[in-house]
Design a protein around this ligand. Structure first.
Ligand code: SF4
Length: 337
């Protein structure tokens, strides 16, 4: 596949002239690339073959454990793994970190990781506009361990985070996942300290405002935990993304999921800097969710039911045009890193 793509790109090298490539048009306000930068890009692309791609993948696997998922606004982030895996791994619908034991990097490991990430990405860092601190719940780490790790990252990317670097490699803050249960162990002052070190936005898997559904999903904590955690983060000036798991619990939990999640979202101090993601449940191979549905005799919602659930929940939100949070679809099948 790649060999075919390269064979089609190679002839273009002879066709690049002072006016660029015949037939290639650029939209928007960006200036068209110069002849030399087009040639550079094509030489770079055609220089790869299957063997170099394999070596690249092997090098990636030496630096990172699998990057299971990111929030959609962070698909183009530069991932830095402060931790590996998930500290819970109990949720029946989630298989992202099943085979990865939870572990926190030591300060020296983290320093080494940052050097290796930079070396691996090379000029590709200019495509990455934020830092994502992996993995599933890096912010769950207690403050006495977490703050020194944040200081290392903040210091390492000082120029790119705080604006003294060139505009095209500027990083728009640090981002991370957090679960509500672990979030309750941090105060607004803790989050404030992390914000001062560069944290900008945190994505929390709410899944539902309906606690019986959370319990059935074996999600740690309650919606009340998420509420406390979001209030602390907003009080510290952070932006928040909340993920609602649409269709979860099928017909049995449909009404409870709608009513309690609506109530929950309406009560949250969210604004236009925040995002609500609607993520439809997707059956992943190996996830216990499907088996439990069958055992409990629960019917899944059909496409129309899922759509109605999503509409009913989102209608509780203040529109973003009036200062409410933005909403977006989160389709985990689209994710690659
Ligand atoms: S949903 Fe989040 S807390 Fe639950 S197992 Fe997956 S990563 Fe861990």
């Amino acid at each position: 596949m790649w060999d075919r793509t390269r064979d089609r790109l190679s002839p273009l090298l002879d066709r690049v002239g002072p006016e660029g490539l015949p037939g290639l048009r650029f939209s928007g306000d960006d200036p068209a690339p110069s002849q030399s930068s087009l040639l550079d890009a094509l030489r770079n692309l055609t220089g790869w073959d299957v063997e170099t791609l394999r070596r690249d993948a092997a090098r990636f696997a030496e630096i990172y454990t699998p990057v299971g998922i990111l929030p959609p606004d962070q698909y183009m982030a530069q991932v830095v793994q402060l931790t590996h895996g998930c500290s819970f791994n109990t949720c029946t619908f989630c298989t992202f970190y099943r085979d990865i034991p939870f572990r926190v990097k030591s300060p020296s490991e983290l320093r080494q990781h940052l050097v290796e990430v930079d070396r691996f990405l090379g000029r590709g860092t200019s495509l990455r506009h934020s830092l994502f601190l992996g993995d599933a719940n890096a912010l769950a780490v207690p403050m006495d361990m977490l703050e020194p790790l944040f200081e290392i990252v903040s210091d390492h990317y000082r120029d790119r985070l705080w604006g003294t670097d060139g505009a095209d490699t500027h990083l728009n803050g640090m981002h991370a996942f957090l679960d509500g249960f672990s979030g309750t162990r941090k105060s607004a002052e803790d989050f404030n300290r992390l914000r001062r070190l560069g944290l900008k936005r945190v994505t929390v898997g709410l899944e539902s405002g309906h606690d019986p559904l959370l319990e059935w999903l074996r999600k740690p904590g309650t919606s009340y935990d998420v509420m406390g955690c979001v209030e602390a983060m907003k009080g510290a000036g952070l932006q928040v993304c909340l993920v609602v798991l649409v269709g979860a619990g099928g017909e049995a939990f449909n009404r409870g999921h709608i009513l309690d999640t609506r109530r929950f979202l309406a009560d949250m101090p969210l604004d236009s800097g925040d995002i609500i993601y609607f993520s439809e449940y997707v059956q992943e191979p190996g996830a216990p969710y499907g088996v439990i549905m069958e055992e409990d005799g629960i019917l899944p919602l059909d496409g129309e039911g899922v759509g109605r659930q999503c509409d009913e929940i989102s209608s509780a939100l203040r529109p973003s045009t009036e200062g409410g949070p933005r909403t977006a679809v989160y389709d985990i099948r689209e994710f690659t890193y």
